[in-house]
Design a protein around this ligand. Structure first.
Ligand SMILES: [Fe+2]
Length: 192
């Protein structure tokens, strides 16, 4: 089998177990912890994700490679490859999400609060979680996070969403400058 075939097979087996966890236990902090453990085990097989198979395009410092999505848009898995400064605004996904590291560092900031109307009190930082090889974070649908990466090392991380981006509805981002929640806008949410 080629590496690509081995990767596809490992991803399919991992997602089969993850679907079963969600079907059995629903969406909770505990079930997401179990899903994270499955994804960390997949990410630990670094030989399945050789950077040379996911090169960054000329002049681009970031790449999102969709690895899998169900026909109904559920269980959308991405490989994010990045070697650039990345800073996003705090945002939610309105679906559960799990991020785990293969290599490099994706600093995640997690926030208090679950969104609200424009003009509501600002989000407060709850904790910073460095997501590296062997670690990961879980987010419930209403959780807010922001992502921060540096240039100078190749970051590879797996991102799994309960439903894919095309199906996420009513997402919010938080604009610290104005102290307001705003409808999520990908063009504005990534500030660097
Ligand atoms: Fe996010």
């Amino acid at each position: 089998m080629t590496v690509a075939e081995q990767r596809s097979s490992a991803i399919a087996q991992t997602l089969e177990r993850i679907r079963a966890i969600e079907a059995r236990d629903g969406v909770s902090r505990d079930s997401l912890d179990a899903i994270r453990a499955e994804l960390i085990a997949l990410a630990a097989r670094r030989e399945l994700f050789p950077p040379k198979e996911f090169p960054l395009a000329q002049g681009k410092g970031e790449r999102f490679e969709m690895l899998s999505v169900d026909p109904d848009g559920r269980f959308e898995l991405y490989l994010e490859v990045a070697d650039k400064v990345v800073d996003t605004l705090p945002h939610n996904h309105t679906t559960w999400a799990v991020v785990v590291g293969i290599q490099g560092l994706e600093l995640n900031r997690l926030y208090e609060g679950e969104g609200g109307e424009a003009g509501d009190a600002p989000l407060k930082l709850r904790e910073e979680v460095p997501v590296t090889a062997g670690s990961g974070i879980c987010m419930m649908p209403s959780d807010f996070h922001s992502i921060h990466m540096e240039k100078g090392e190749l970051n590879l991380h797996l991102h799994l969403y309960g439903v894919g981006f095309a199906h996420m509805k009513d997402r919010l981002m938080f604009d610290p400058a104005s102290g307001r929640y705003l409808p999520y806008n990908p063009a504005l949410a990534v500030v660097a």
